[in-house]
Design a protein around this ligand. Structure first.
Ligand SMILES: [Zn+2]
Length: 315
């Protein structure tokens, strides 16, 4: 009898501690706000740095006028583009804060500096097992310093090159995979030749489009490929060359993420594109307004967190 009573008391004690702990954690998150709560959770707090060791998340890292996205699963890390060279430290620090010590995959959508500028530094600092590159016609292979630096880093670090081919699939965790959808053929421009990646998780899907323009968009929409996605990384920073009605109708989805700098000389994103996205019911998220944008893939679906909340933009 006494034993039983003691057991019950101990159980009650643990229950009480558990309830107090839950209340404390809830109070912490409600006091610090949604972003700050997740900021720490994702290992980006000023004092507490710990990586999210479980679960799957997709990060759009603010690199001004450029693209940079990170997919994290418990087993794998994938960096899709890296922004201009001046953002090297930003990207490397972000990856380190996430506990990334070596990338599994680096994906280069296409070799323009706003997409590859920091990639050589990232590979030099952290390393990457594989780099996925688009095959381009010899006549348009770039000779820019950004591209030559990247080739040096690939060679020096022994990073294995995978030439992107539509249909390639990479398992990233038990419940997620990355699929290469495009390029579907070789185009005359580097933008159109962008590697298009679809990331599928049970919580939702993401379509990364690089800087594809109307021709590649049309080819994708006409193909047998499943390009429907919950989150669309808007092509070419919201340029008028892209986000055609045909493509957007085929993608569908709920969130449109635009990686863009403020200000930028291209006037990206264009008002007409924003209107096109709004008309289709997308919630528009922009790195120039929202800063870093994080999607947490949970059992309850996608949860989105942004760095800057009071932007006056519907999110
Ligand atoms: Zn670009």
């Amino acid at each position: 009898m006494i034993k039983n009573t003691k057991k019950i008391n101990v159980k009650n004690k643990f229950l009480l501690i558990a309830i107090v702990a839950v209340i404390c954690v809830s109070a912490f998150f409600s006091a610090t706000g949604k972003w700050h709560g997740v900021y720490n959770f994702f290992g980006l707090g000023e004092n507490t740095v710990f990586a999210s060791s479980e679960g799957v998340s997709v990060h759009f890292i603010n690199v001004g006028q450029g693209d940079c996205a990170l997919i994290l699963t418990p087993e794998k890390s994938v960096l899709i583009d890296s922004g201009e060279r001046e953002y090297s430290a930003v990207v490397i620090n972000y990856l380190r804060a996430q506990g990334v010590t070596q990338l599994n995959f680096a994906v280069v959508s296409h070799p323009h500096s706003d997409h590859i500028g920091s990639m050589s530094s990232v590979i030099d600092e952290l390393g990457a097992d594989y780099i996925i590159l688009p095959r381009v016609k010899e006549s348009i292979v770039p000779t820019t310093s950004a591209f030559l630096r990247l080739l040096d880093s690939i060679e020096n670090n022994g990073t294995e090159v995978i030439w992107a081919e539509s249909g390639m699939v990479f398992e990233l965790s038990a419940d997620s995979k990355m699929e290469i959808l495009a390029p579907l053929r070789q185009y005359d421009s580097l933008n159109e030749n962008s590697v298009v990646v679809k990331f599928n998780h049970t919580a939702g899907s993401f379509l990364f489009t690089g800087d594809i323009e109307s021709t590649a968009e049309s080819d994708l929409a006409d193909s047998e490929l499943d390009i429907n996605a919950d989150v669309l990384a808007v092509a070419h920073h919201g340029s008028l060359t892209s986000s055609t009605a045909k493509f957007l109708n085929a993608v569908g989805g709920r969130y449109a993420v635009i990686s863009v700098g403020s200000p930028n000389s291209y006037n990206h994103p264009r008002e007409e594109i924003l209107t096109r996205l709004e008309l289709r019911g997308y919630e528009i998220l922009r790195t120039d307004l929202h800063g870093n944008i994080i999607f947490d893939c949970t059992a309850d679906g996608l949860i989105v967190y942004v760095q800057n909340e009071n932007t006056g933009v519907a999110a």
